[in-house]
Design a protein around this ligand. Structure first.
Ligand code: UD1
Ligand code: CA
Length: 460
């Protein structure tokens, strides 16, 4: 079967009470439209058309990589039927099934769309609509069926009778339409009250022309939630969080408090990893097997290998943490960092755009920026790579087996060669040769009787 996909995203989203188009509002860091586009992508359609409004630039930017997407601009939001009609202008040569999705249904799952399309194909329908049951039915369009269960029409809340208001089967905003029915979109009449052309009227129009139609009631109502208000956005957050946690529990991940953990839909976590409360795993993060993630940790777009331990209140961004490595508590691993196998990054250590070798330790109060640190290095408490002169950034290279004494400043560019030592409290401005001791501090003087003399002068 040939598919194309049209995503309706040109609505103003007035109910969001926002200056931004509704579909770019974020659900766990990603715009709503991204979820819908990604679900569409999984169907491998010939074409994906996004119908965007005046703010189409913002929508494009929010999707980021849109090479596989064609955009149509619906200049005036004249309703969902008008939006789809605008979308079909890019599908003139397409023959097959068009999957239509509201751009505000981020929780829709590709497998559900596939199941729906199978029904559509099996019954050789011209038009299929996916419905679901929800109590109360909120502002969704109701499915009006005949006494023998045949779906006759869809009615929006503004034009329901008292009895129809009680109907709990509602329109989801997912449709399958055969391309031969495109001309019928023009037969939809303007809704005079709302001054919009409603796509929902297509059911009656197709039926009126003798076309085969079905409304399929899909089981999981949660995934069809349409986001019109911030309350619904909050609800979607909750559903998504629970969905993700349940999915990982089934895959063998343990949680101590599933209520406070968020795992992004693109993240992966290996078996027997243990996750404590208040943990955020964002973006395309991949966590390995048998890791422990302690409370208040946020990990963004990073790779954490097997058996790694991330201790309390640590932030890891766009970085790599090797197997058996330990990071935190209170560590900040900034983008472009690679922490080697079994390395230890401890309390109040910040690492930026640096490579840290196997087994290296920086346990306390350090800043390591733009550095390459070899294997088995010991970085003493309070060590700082001074990588910035106010204009440019410079590199620090610390070779294998180096020992940097506490409270040292390494003024980049500088290289500490293999096996060298830096004396505690040194300010290192020049390279330290292999196996040498680099030390730069004033020799200590002890002034005898100084304290007593001071007290006499001050009269204390
Ligand atoms: C729509 C359906 C309703 C269904 C509900 C499911 C219609 C008339 N009603 O209602 O039956 O139960 O979705 O969530 O279709 N859009 C455009 N151009 C427009 C208007 C809207 O592209 O001129 C887009 C919106 O950006 C949105 C989608 O179409 O992504 C649906 O529009 P929305 O205003 O959210 O419709 P609902 O009132 O939720
Ligand atoms: Ca909606």
């Amino acid at each position: 079967m040939r598919y194309s996909c049209v995503i309706l995203a040109a609505g103003l989203g007035k109910r969001m009470n926002s200056s931004l188009p509704k579909v770019i509002h974020k659900l766990y860091g990603l715009p709503l439209i991204r979820y819908v586009v990604d679900a569409g992508r999984k169907l491998k359609p010939e074409k994906i058309v996004v119908v965007a409004g005046k703010n189409h630039r913002l929508i494009k930017d929010s999707i980021v990589d849109c090479r596989d997407i064609s955009f149509v601009i619906q200049r005036k939001p004249l309703g969902t039927a008008h939006a789809l009609l605008s979308g079909t202008s890019l599908l003139k040569d397409f023959k097959g099934t068009v999957v239509v999705l509201n751009g505000d249904m981020p929780l829709i799952r590709p497998e559900t769309i596939r199941r729906f399309l199978k029904l559509h194909e099996r019954h050789k329908n011209t038009l299929s609509v996916a419905s679901f049951v929800v109590k109360p039915p909120h502002s969704y369009g109701r499915i009006i069926r005949s006494s023998d269960g045949e779906a006759l029409k869809i009615r929006e809340t503004s034009s329901l009778t008292k009895a129809q208001k009680e109907i709990n089967e509602v329109n989801s905003g997912l449709y399958a339409i055969d391309s031969t029915a495109f001309p019928l979109l023009r037969k939809i009449k303007l809704n005079r009250k709302k001054k919009e052309y409603y796509l929902t009227d297509i059911l009656e129009v197709v039926r009126g022309r003798g076309g085969k139609t079905s409304v399929y009631c899909m089981v999981d109502g949660d995934e069809f939630i349409g986001i019109n208000t911030r309350q619904e956005l909050l609800k979607a957050h909750d559903i998504l969080r629970k969905r993700q946690v349940m999915c990982f529990i089934q895959k063998g991940v343990s949680f101590i408090d599933a209520e406070s953990v968020f795992i992004h839909p693109y993240a992966m976590i290996g078996r027997e990893t243990l996750i404590y409360p208040n943990v955020y795993i964002q973006g395309k993060t991949r966590i390995g097997k048998k890791c422990i993630i302690y409370p208040n940790v946020r990990i963004i777009d990073s790779i954490i290998k097997d058996h790694a331990i991330i201790k309390d209140s640590t932030l890891i961004e766009e970085s790599f943490v090797g197997s058996k490595a330990e990071v935190g508590p209170f560590a900040h691993i900034r983008p472009g960092t690679s922490i080697g196998q079994s390395a230890k990054i401890g309390n109040f250590v910040e690492v930026k755009k640096s490579f840290v070798g196997t087994g290296t330790k920086a346990m306390h109060l350090s800043y390591i920026g733009d550095a390459t640190v070899g294997r088995g290095v010991n970085i003493g408490a309070g060590t700082i790579t001074c990588n910035y002169d106010g204009r440019k950034k410079y590199k620090t290279i610390i070779e294998d087996g180096v020992f940097v004494g506490s409270d040292s400043q390494l003024i980049a560019p500088v290289r500490l060669k293999k096996g060298s030592y830096v004396g505690a409290g040194s300010t290192i401005t020049a390279d330290v040769p292999t196996n040498a001791l680099g030390i730069s501090r004033v020799r200590q003087r002890n002034i005898k009787g100084w304290v007593k003399r001071k007290i006499k002068i001050n009269g204390e």
